[in-house]
Design a protein. Sequence first.
Lengths: 410, 219
Amino acid sequence: MNVLALDPAYIGGFGLDEALILIVKVVAAFAMLMVAVMLMIWFERKLIGDMQNRIGPALAGPWGILQTMADGIKLFFKEDLVPARSDRFVFKLAPYLSLVPAFLVFTVVPVGGNFTTGDGTVSWWGNTTYLQVADPHIGILLVLAMSSMAVYGVMLAGWSSGSKYPLLGSVRASAQMVSYEAALGLSLAAVLLQSGSLSTHDIVADQSGYDWNLWVTGIVPFVVFLIAVTAELNRPPFDMVEAEQELVGGFHTEYSSIRFALFFLAEFMNVITMSAIIVTLFLGGPDGPILVEGVDWLWGIIWFFLKLMVFLFVFVWLRATLPRLRYDQLMDMGWKVLIPLSLGWLLFLGALSIGRDRGWSEAVVIVVSVAALATGGLVLRTAVRAGRAQRQADEAGETADRATQGGGRR
Amino acid sequence: MEIAVFAVCAAIVIGGALGVIVTRHPVHAALSLVATLFGIAVLFLTLDAQFLAAVQVIVYAGAIVVLFLFVIMLLGVDRVENLRTEPLGGQRPLAAGIGVAVLVLALLFTIAASSGGFGGDTVATGRPAAVAPEFDSCTAVPKALEGSGAAVACDGPEPISNIRQVAWWVFTDYVWAFQLTGLLLTVAVVGAVVLARQRGGADDETGEPVPDPAPEAVG
């Protein structure tokens, strides 16, 4: 089982015990994610209700907590429509292309284990294992791979609907997600440089004892990652993909019934898994103080979920408070701010680590690299300004041309 | 187990490849291509080349085919092609002949190489196998260099990881190939930007002599 890799449970061969552990893990992760999505939708609606000074869902169950269940049942029994002009096969395939990557990302997240005083393993009936479904060698690259797969769901859904608003939504979505993937990868590379491993377990173990990447890599990669993830998730303020005021419902306009529910599920599942990835990469995953000895594995889970809650709250908060960006602002921010910033920061961290390896003076390294990066930033800024000025001049010239030509013909 | 995985993946790869050339719809062809790329990624995994597998999915399936689809969607070429017209006479039989010839040659070469016909001890890269240094099973750094600061300590049950090996080769023996590829891609990007900018300017071509409009037009 080289593919599932680093989990110590699989080292002594793969027998019935290991298979059972794997099945239990998969089922538990799936159930946890489903319940979490249900609660997340309720949480978001309730919180937005509070922030907008209204009550939010209140009727189904205590505090409206069963609202998602009610909606799910309703959607399940609605009529399933497939538009006449749609590409039927792709139209039916697209929701699953959204949903499956969202779940797969969660498999590499370590949700518990004692990383503070132990090595993050737990023992189940004599089998030592990690509290994560799989810990492949490529670890975090799986997250990148799956988030690039998620583009297909949105893109094909819009295209296959055979209708113009979904098509516009999906064109926007694919451009946006491909653009922000670069910033996502570059800010992630800073974390990888720090921990020296792609495996999520190693990344978390590297951060134990409060050496969280949030401050070890400087705050910049974290901020870039958070923004890029928000864009990648198509969450407000980056939800041009489904801008209700412009595109009806964006890529899922033509979807109804259970297929729509699948998109909805995937969207919220993505929010949860990406928050979990942020916690894993930057906040030490399950790292935290162990308050009661004896049940130390439990504290990891508790800390993990508390940190997760913080990010879930942040995403809802962003949605409730920030207005939507314009499309050109979005692209400008991705290409001209986030990518250069994360690339520059990555180079800076690289210089620091080489300097430390070679025993160079820290201060000199910092001064030189900051000077170099500042020069680069200045050049970039000049280039961007010059480009913009030229474009504006071109546009002005064109309109002037048209005016003179029109005059000449007359 | 390995045989089963290989069989399934090979079926996906071949099926996808057939789909690319058989389906009449460009979008379906692109999706078949994705299936092929995925199958190849899993094949990489069975060969313990995890990094290649991940990069295969991220770069090819995640970026390149997405761009294909993007262009198909934007240009609206998602219509069924008319296969009756043939822009170049005799192109199809020629293509078939060349394709078969290449296939036969590749097969012959593979069979000859795998039976040791070409001087035996070379691996697929053409590098003599004896030159490749022995990797430490833990740090994946060539044994000769251990203790020189290049070795990264590792503890725990981590088996040898192919990612470290790839990194090692890319930044030592193949550093020039790696850097030149990067340069090539940068040149391509700059070229694409220049072309795109020129096409934006080409709108002026209708009124090309900007300073003085054609005098006869005035008359």
